[in-house]
Design a protein around this ligand. Sequence first.
Ligand code: NAD
Ligand code: UD1
Length: 345
Amino acid sequence: MKQTILVTGGTGFIGSHTTVELIEAGYNVVIVDNLSNSKIEVLDGIEKITGVRPAFEQVDLRDKEATESVFRKYPAIEGIIHFAASKAVGESVQQPLMYYRNNVISLINLLELMPEYGVKGIIFSSSCTVYGQPKPEHLPVTESAPHQKATSPYGNTKEINEQIIYDYIHSGAGIKSIVLRYFNPIGAHPTALIGELPNGVPNNLIPYVTQTAMGIREQLTIFGNDYNTPDGTCIRDYIYVVDLAKAHVAAMARVLDKQTEPVEYFNIGTGSGNSTLEIVTTFEQATGVKVNWKYGPRREGDIEKIWGDCTHANTVLGWKADTPLADVLASAWKWQQKLREDGVM
Ligand code: NAD
Ligand code: UD1
């Protein structure tokens, strides 16, 4: 019989791609989302790709009673993938309490309900932000690298949530968890039927690149070219969102049936880094489209370089990110073109 998975934030960027992979792997999916940062039409995209329309409940996870009603309605839920969160670093500095309430209370509500409703495992979306800027001898960063004090309330919610999961499970809650620490998720589904929908002026690099290539933004600024890196620009581990989605399918299979430790941690990246300049030039080569860009000052709070050692995920989850960067950037461009075609932007 098909196992049923609750995907919180399932109409969002990573949640929608993961829902597609879960359905294609044979799971039943129930999505909970309050649509605060996504649109209901995402369900149409998921249905077009998979032929299945997942169950959808518009619920705010801060509301415990409403969240409980979902578990009552779908008693077959065995596992949760918890994506739902607010994620804008700058906004979290302006509205810290909103971030703590949304990101922390939602997780607590889910954890409290899990044993009551017989839910065995939860996959949590964490971030490489917990490592801060690793020391040079810690690059590529492994799961055991020291954590550093978060530089934003958003980053802090990831650290706090990891601790909440650890403490709750070690209190004998009888559930299991896998914490996935994502590096920089980018790209869109190859069909261009789902992708990332940034709100307003993008903060993240890839939407800024594609919007500049489309002429929506006049010029991309590369933040800083005097870093201690080969070309002077920052280095990140850019992971294709479809590869990332597949990591969740592997993690779900493990947490439900194979995991012996109560909590496990995995870096989810490609294992190598690319500079901002390399991203722009690879985008131009992959798409044949020029990007108008210039160098500007460093962005406050930016980390110079980070990329992940993902051997643990490769060996234990049997998962590896293997999509070439040029294809990933081409998928982001195809998605941007689809947004234009549909008159979204
Ligand atoms: P997203 O904003 O596209 O998706 C999050 C979804 O959660 C949205 O659809 C939003 O409407 C929903 N949501 C937010 N608060 C909710 C609530 N209280 N109740 C119900 N639904 C709620 O973000 P994403 O990029 O898909 O990120 C998913 C997760 O991965 C987040 O936890 C994020 O912090 C984490 N993460 C993302 C990145 C990244 O670069 N995108 C990197 C590291 C970690
Ligand atoms: C940021 C967040 C991180 C979050 C991630 C995904 C910070 C400090 N970190 O990561 O917590 O998980 O987004 O939401 O905000 N760049 C430019 N020009 C631009 C935009 C970006 O040069 O217009 C550069 C940045 O300096 C950086 C790289 O591109 O070196 C990637 O930036 P971005 O996509 O914002 O991701 P992170 O900063 O890695």
